[in-house]
Design a protein around this ligand. Structure first.
Ligand code: G6P
Ligand code: MG
Length: 220
């Protein structure tokens, strides 16, 4: 029986996936590694330093920078990102998400946040969703990032639930892989191609329907 829902943040609750893209794109162009949205799909759900590594690999520049320089580049991206997220207000909650959260609460489902983002708590605050998410996995406490299941396993643990009792909602390929490996029912938001490993997917957050999801869990 489903007793909890573990949410990704960026691209699920709010469209910060776009801000991450814009901030990385600016840094990429500055260091001579331009990339497009298709490549950006590979960065979704991936930690800040791992994202930088992937970009450097794309430009064959992994060995061009010292660890210290890489940290400075990641810091620069984060400063730009923090500028962009300053504009976030509750009106930036993606369509359908507030209703979906309300539906979860009225079914007594417990909610947790499993985002790789260290900016997650500040974003929840700007969205006015801090109360809803009393349970947040601290990404700094993790040994491995998505697609490793650790973050979702921790999310379930913090809720006092088994992974099988939870649904994981994600927009990243790496995130769906992590939810599946944790043993949760995976719900994807995005296009059919990138969400092909999800147990159930919808194209837009507005299409998330708790009844339909619970039905699909029962039919699995
Ligand atoms: C999420 C996003 C990634 C981002 C990561 C770390 O998983 O999908 O694009 O790189 O968080 O975010 P941070 O805010 O800590 O740089
Ligand atoms: Mg995401």
């Amino acid at each position: 029986m489903i007793k909890g829902v573990v949410f990704d943040l960026d691209g699920v609750i709010t469209d910060t996936a776009e801000f991450h893209y814009l901030a990385w794109k600016e840094l990429g162009e500055k260091i001579g590694i331009p990339f497009d949205r298709a490549f950006n799909e590979n960065l979704k759900g991936i930690s800040r330093m791992d994202s930088l590594e992937r970009i450097l690999e794309l430009g064959n520049k992994q060995n061009h920078y010292s660890q210290e320089e890489k940290e400075a580049l990641a810091h620069e991206k984060n400063e730009q990102y923090k500028e962009l997220i300053k504009q976030i207000t509750p009106s930036d909650i993606l369509p359908g998400i507030s209703t979906f959260i309300e539906d979860c609460k009225s079914k007594q489902l417990k909610l947790a946040l499993a985002s790789a983002s260290k900016n997650g708590p500040a974003i929840l605050e700007s969205l006015g969703l801090k109360e809803e998410f009393g349970t947040i996995v601290d990404p700094a406490s993790l040994a491995k990032g998505k697609p490793d299941p650790e973050i979702f396993i921790k999310g379930a643990e913090l809720l006092g639930l088994k992974a099988e009792e939870c649904i994981g909602v994600e927009d990243a390929e790496a995130g769906i892989a992590a939810v599946n490996a944790a043993g949760m029912f995976s719900v994807g938001v995005g296009n059919a191609e990138s969400m092909k490993a999800a147990d159930l997917f919808v194209e837009h957050t507005a299409d998330l329907n708790l009844e339909a999801i619970l039905q699909a869990v029962n039919n699995k």
